[in-house]
Design a protein around this ligand. Structure first.
Ligand code: PLP
Length: 407
């Protein structure tokens, strides 16, 4: 194309092709456009209460009220975040079990930000490393590590029955296929998308295999407190640290504090000694400086305010416990309602699983049919966000599932 003087006009952006929608967040766009009043969105990993809302926790509201009164500045945080926040994260995740001086912790924009900075650090410092992820894993893991040029391989995780852990397959893959220096991505609890976690004895064996093969544990801790409790859910990390001097932990407060949109998480490197921790901290800061420069203040200020105050911490424990218990009750209600819809509808495996998600076993055709015929949105793999179910809509939901199973 030319303008009136004959000069060629180049529209660079007209050459850009449209990217496919995100497989999970794209479904929410379709859900929002759906006009059916009974529609349900069980795709995206967000907790909803009995009225279908994603609530702001009372402890968060109280922390925000206090911050409103006391906050004196909106100035930049340090590159690695607020020191109070970083210490609070370390105490929450590691407790007393190791010398906190050996840990380099960085405040990150959500768990995804922690994973991306971890990937960037590993790619720049340990470029021959491969990342081993469970099959299946949270879909974004692949994209995050690939974006930093790190090859990502898979180890077996889900059993052939699609309802239990293929522990022997997992151990065999980690022992035989990996090479020393690779990293193994593990979900500390509430595995996404399956809801299937190793037992504590199995964690011990996994930690041992990783140590024997000189593999780096790279732990994604996005659901602390959604499984069996705050302490209980970090037992996997304790097992790893009994066998390893070094580990990387990416944690998120999106779910357990309900701070999704505030983008708050942390990245922690457990190192062999204080000098290593300081060096790692300095390198990670360099990566952040040329990326987003420094983290957003608000989410970290909320978490630090709550964790610095005994009463607010108690309140948080209680509210987190209520979310956890409600998810367990929803699992029970779903299983028993399905049983009542007809023979062969045994979903009792969901009772053994933990956290927000479970694999329903529904195939892609059934998932599409749920959407087309009933306005029920779940991920193509059949993953259901149990935390998105509602007591009042359980009959409708289970009827729809039994209809698509009947074909
Ligand atoms: C396994 C896993 N890791 C990380 C994240 C990212 O969390 P955030 O929303 O804090 O970035 C999620 C969120 O769904 C997740 O399920």
């Amino acid at each position: 194309m030319t303008d009136s003087s004959g000069t060629q006009i180049i529209h660079r952006f007209s050459l850009v092709s449209t990217a496919p929608p995100d497989p999970i967040l794209g479904l929410t766009e379709a859900f929002l456009a759906d006009q059916r009043p009974d529609k349900m969105n069980l795709s995206v990993g967000v907790y909803k209460d009995a009225s279908g809302q994603t609530p702001v926790l009372d402890c968060v509201k109280e922390a925000e009220r206090r911050l409103l009164e006391t906050e004196k500045s909106k100035g930049y945080l340090p590159i690695d975040g607020s020191p109070e926040y970083r210490q609070a994260v370390q105490r929450l995740i590691f407790g007393e079990q190791i010398d906190l001086g050996r840990i380099a912790t960085l405040q990150s924009p959500g768990g995804t930000g922690a994973l991306r900075i971890a990937a960037s650090f590993l790619a720049s410092q340990l470029p021959s490393m491969r990342i081993w992820a469970s099959n299946p894993t949270w879909a974004n893991h692949h994209a995050v590590f690939a974006s930093e040029g790190l090859p990502i391989e898979s180890y077996r995780y889900l059993g052939a029955d699609k309802t239990s852990l293929d522990f022997d397959g997992m151990i065999e893959d980690l022992s035989s296929n990996t090479k020393p220096g690779d990293a193994v991505l593990l979900h500390a609890c509430c595995h996404n998308p399956t809801g299937i976690d190793p037992t504590i004895e199995q964690w011990d064996s996994i930690a041992q295999v990783l140590a024997d093969k000189k593999l780096l544990p790279l732990i994604d801790f996005a659901y602390q407190g959604f499984g069996n409790g705050l302490r209980e859910d970090s037992q996997s990390i304790s097992a790893i640290l009994r066998h390893h001097d070094e580990a990387v932990i990416c944690n998120s407060f999106s779910k357990n504090f309900g701070l999704y949109g505030e983008r708050i998480g942390a990245l922690s490197f457990v190192t062999a000694d204080e000098n290593a921790a300081k060096a790692v901290q300095s390198q990670v800061k360099r990566l952040v400086r040329c990326n987003y420069s420094n983290p957003p203040r608000h989410g970290g200020a909320i978490v630090a305010t709550i964790l610095a105050d005994d009463q607010l911490t108690q309140q948080w424990h209680q509210e987190l416990g209520e979310m956890r218990d409600r998810i367990k009750r929803l699992r029970e209600q779903f299983v028993s309602t399905m049983q009542n819809t007809g023979p062969g509808h045994d979903f009792s495996f969901l009772l053994q699983q933990r956290g927000m998600f479970s694999f329903s076993g529904l195939n892609k055709m059934q998932v599409d049919q749920l959407k087309a015929d009933h306005g029920i949105y779940i991920v193509g793999s059949g993953r259901i966000n149990v935390a998105g179910m509602q007591e009042s809509k359980m009959d409708f939901f289970c009827d729809a599932i039994s209809q698509v199973i009947a074909g």
